[in-house]
Design a binder for this molecule. Structure first.
Ligand code: GLC
Ligand code: GLC
Length: 820
């Protein structure tokens, strides 16, 4: 354990794979996620948050009030009444002053321990793999030398499943709430009599001394959660909710001798009734499925076995990639937290966090394709399914629904499509999947277009990829560059929007038909995607197709070099009236980050020195110690010809904020040019683990990347926001694993082509790939950044420029790489 005095709010316990929070009043609520498959919970360091099944909008099980005061109020609460003194192990909501506190955020679980006056209460929250429920394991210990008879009250509020309705439609919701109580189990069954075939179960595995299901009874009408009536008076009322706000609260009376402890659990489950009859009698639901769940987790050892399964689950997943290298931040993030965050972004896309309310956005087309890049090495089969789900929301003309709902898998009509980068990311995710898994059959998988008949699908995933590339080649503007539509990756560069109406969305306003605005970033992304596709065709042996795609690449490359070079960097776009964006001829927004990254990664500037010059311009004009700002100078006034990008105050979000996601493309570009020192320095500038010394400025969780840090134009330079759900997660994993460490899955095997700081003596890594395990040892005797002079597999010399072939015997193989 490394307890560093500078780490004011907590520290990394690397061997336990936990972040330990030592005081509850963190600079912001610090979040963790529970769940890995279909059932998820948000859980902060003070036990705040909520739970849902699959879809935070359509199947929300417990209630949370966003934008609350304080920020994070409502969650999985326990009130302890110890001889009249009322407190919570997680500090909130009572916030008693004399409670000792520790929170351990681990992989898929959060453990909070509070103690006061010799009584210790430990609450451990997790979702067992493969289950649609949360387990809350409680352990109460009497560490005093006197008998103690504390009372414990559980508390959480039920949500009426459809979260928007739950938050807005009180004229109905206050009249529909229904519950049943049987023994220690509380059943939330609102709307079950009519169209729902599912309910929420909240049960205790131990006998209870009472319960409450009416919030008014438990909390009161004029009271807040910090002064809830029942725990303060010490007696549950056995209230049965009829309408209003149903909750689940249990009373547990304990009697603990000095030194004694007792453990029991709560189960919060989403239950689908399936084929079972819905009712045993009028108004009496058939609880057989729920009862079986309670019985399962009441069995001795069941909870601990489920927890052990969770730990195994993560040990196995993370074992696919582990590294030991000279930089502790890169190592810790890559080995544990970054992969963990990639699971969250894969599962949540941008839907449910402390900044995303779970009702606005579902799965993003471009977001989810990118999220896959950091996830595919963990569970390729889930990546395969996701790729096909996403592709099925593409339309036959090549455009895509920008978002879709995870429950229905249908495109979201409110936001629609016409973001002309979306389709290209599908090429990146598919190629990454095939390189990882070797499974080319996905290309022939039947996958319909969203505007076609869903029966008798004849199109394949390969058709989607071809449609995507063809669309960009076809939809080009006056300079031959791709049209931008509503926006490209930068959602806020809205060149066809011209909005003067404050109540409309920048993302959907404006008519993109017949528009002429063009994007250099999409051109760069196309270059990259086309090269990926050509290499895929090479691998498949389709020489003609590879040649055809390479011709498109060459044409686009010439267009970029002829129309988008501004003298020292690549421009960003051409506006609807043909005006250049991201040029020295502009007053503000002269240089943008995205086009430098993608043009270089797509192969522009490789032969004429422009790639290096573009990156040097980034270094000179955009790089700061907290990361690379999106553009400079920041926009000071709203310009309707550019859209939302000029709406933000200077220094935040897309207006000269440090948007971590796009920083990673520059990291990879430096790796491409062989500059390992720059790549690591840039990486550390946005790495949360490296921010602990400035944590009161940074404010965000030290264990997950943030979507953005405030740029130097902002008064709060370096402050993190929108933590957790960001494309940064997947891309930083690509940066560290494939860029710096250079361990790259390829069609025919694994490549190892590191780009490290010159001072690194080397590193070792374990990579599971297509069933085999590679123990990789890289040595750097000449102190270089890049270049492999010898490559050995199990002692045998291989071509240093080549690929390590797939052996496929399921065994461990030694790889030795000598740089120089
Ligand atoms: C947000 C969006 C992503 C977009 C980015 C830049 O992170 O989720 O789709 O590319 O902002 O605007
Ligand atoms: C805003 C944000 C951007 C995000 C978009 C999603 O424009 O600035 O980051 O992608 O909203 O709708």
């Amino acid at each position: 354990m490394s307890l560093d005095a500078q780490e004011k709010y907590g520290y990394f316990d690397d061997s336990a794979r936990e972040y330990v929070i030592t005081r509850p009043d963190t600079p912001l609520p610090w979040l963790n996620y529970l769940g890995q498959d279909e059932f998820f919970g948000l859980c902060t360091n003070t036990a705040g948050g909520y739970t849902f099944w699959k879809d935070a909008k359509l199947r929300r099980l417990t209630r949370y009030r966003y934008n609350n005061v304080p920020y994070d109020l409502g969650g999985r609460y326990f009130y302890v009444n110890d001889d009249g003194a009322v407190w919570n192990p997680g500090w909130k909501p009572v916030k008693a002053a004399d409670v000792a506190y520790e929170c351990r955020h681990g992989l898929g679980y959060t453990k909070i321990i509070g103690s006061r006056d010799g009584l210790e209460v430990e609450a451990l929250f997790f979702v067992p793999p493969g289950e649609n429920l949360e387990v809350w394991k409680i352990t109460v210990r009497n560490r005093s030398n006197q008998r103690k008879t504390p009372k414990l009250f559980s508390y959480q509020e039920f949500c009426f499943f459809e979260a928007l309705n739950d938050m807005t439609n009180y004229q109905r919701t206050y009249s529909i709430g229904e519950v049943e109580v049987e023994g220690s189990a509380i059943y939330h069954k609102t709307e079950y009599r009519e169209r729902r075939n599912h309910y929420t179960l909240f049960a205790c595995t131990r006998p209870i001394a009472g319960f409450d299901t009416s919030r008014d009874a438990f909390v009161g009408i004029h009271e807040g959660l910090h002064e809830a009536r029942v725990p303060f008076c010490g007696q549950a009322t056995n209230s049965l909710a009829f309408g209003w706000n149903p909750i689940g609260a249990h009373q547990i009376d304990l009697d603990l001798a000095p030194g004694a402890e007792e453990s029991f659990a709560f189960v919060l489950a989403y239950v689908e009734q399936g084929e079972e009859p819905k009712f045993d009698a009028p108004f009496v639901m058939n609880k057989s499925v729920g009862r079986a769940i309670v019985a399962k987790y009441s069995a001795p050892g069941a909870v601990d076995a489920a927890l052990a399964k969770l730990k195994d689950y993560w040990d196995t997943l993370l074992a696919n990639f582990q590294v030991e290298c000279p930089n502790e931040h890169a190592q810790r993030m890559a080995n544990t937290w970054n992969q963990y965050q990639c699971m969250a972004t894969f599962n949540m896309s941008r839907s449910a966090s402390m900044y995303e309310t779970g009702i606005g956005r579902g799965m993003g087309f471009r977001d989810s394709n990118q999220d896959l890049l950091g996830f595919v090495h963990m569970i390729p089969s889930r990546a395969r399914e996701r790729i096909l789900d996403i592709a099925a929301t593409q339309l036959s003309d090549g455009t895509c629904y920008h978002q879709y709902q995870p429950l229905t898998k249908k495109g979201n009509a409110d936001i629609g499509g016409d973001f002309y980068d979306d389709h290209l990311w599908l090429v990146l995710s598919t190629c990454a999947y095939i390189k990882e898994s070797g499974d080319v059959s996905i290309l022939q998988a039947r996958c319909g277009f969203a505007d076609h008949d869903t029966e008798n699908v004849t199109s394949t995933l390969l058709d989607h990829l071809e449609t995507s590339l063809a669309y960009t080649m076809k939809k080009r503007g006056p300079h031959g560059l791709p049209l931008i539509g509503h926006a490209d990756w930068n959602d806020c560069l809205n060149l066809n929007c011209f909005s003067t109406e404050p109540n409309e969305s920048f993302q959907t306003a404006g008519d993109v038909r017949d528009s002429k605005a063009e994007s250099v970033m999409i051109a760069g992304l196309f270059l990259y995607a086309a090269r990926e596709m050509a290499e895929l065709y090479d691998f498949l042996g389709h020489a003609d197709d590879a040649k055809r795609i390479r011709a498109d690449h060459a044409e686009m490359l010439a267009t970029v070099e002829n129309t988008a070079w501004d003298g020292a960097w690549y421009t960003r776009a051409y506006a609807a009236d043909g005006a250049v964006v991201g040029s020295k001829s502009n007053v503000e927004g002269q240089i943008y980050i995205e086009s430098q990254g993608w043009c270089v990664l797509g192969g522009a500037g490789a032969d004429n020195g422009r790639a290096r010059q573009a990156l040097e311009s980034v270094h000179e004009r955009l790089y700061t110690k907290n990361g690379i700002v999106l553009q400079q100078p920041a926009y000071s006034t709203y310009d309707k010809a550019l859209g939302e990008v000029t709406s933000y105050p200077p220094g935040v979000k897309e207006n000269a904020g440090i948007f971590s996601h796009n920083n990673t493309w520059i990291h990879l570009a430096w790796c491409k040019l062989g500059e390992g020192d720059r790549a690591l320095e840039y990486y550390l500038s946005i790495c949360p683990s490296a921010k602990q010394e400035q944590i009161d400025t940074y404010r965000g969780e030290p264990y997950v990347y943030a979507q953005m840090l405030a740029g130097r134009d902002a008064p709060c330079f370096g402050e993190a926001k929108n933590n957790w759900l960001t494309g940064t997660a997947a891309w930083t994993f690509v940066v560290v694993s494939q860029g710096l460490l250079g361990i790259q899955p390829d069609y025919r095997g694994l490549r190892v082509d590191p780009c490290i700081p010159k001072a690194w003596p080397g590193f070792t890594a374990t990579r599971r790939f297509r069933g085999d395990t590679y123990q990789i040892r890289v040595v750097n005797p000449d102190g270089v950044s890049k270049g492999v002079k010898a490559l050995r597999l199990d002692g045998q010399e291989l071509d240093p420029a080549g690929t390590i072939p797939v052996i496929g015997d399921g065994k461990t193989h030694e790889v030795e790489v000598v740089l120089g």
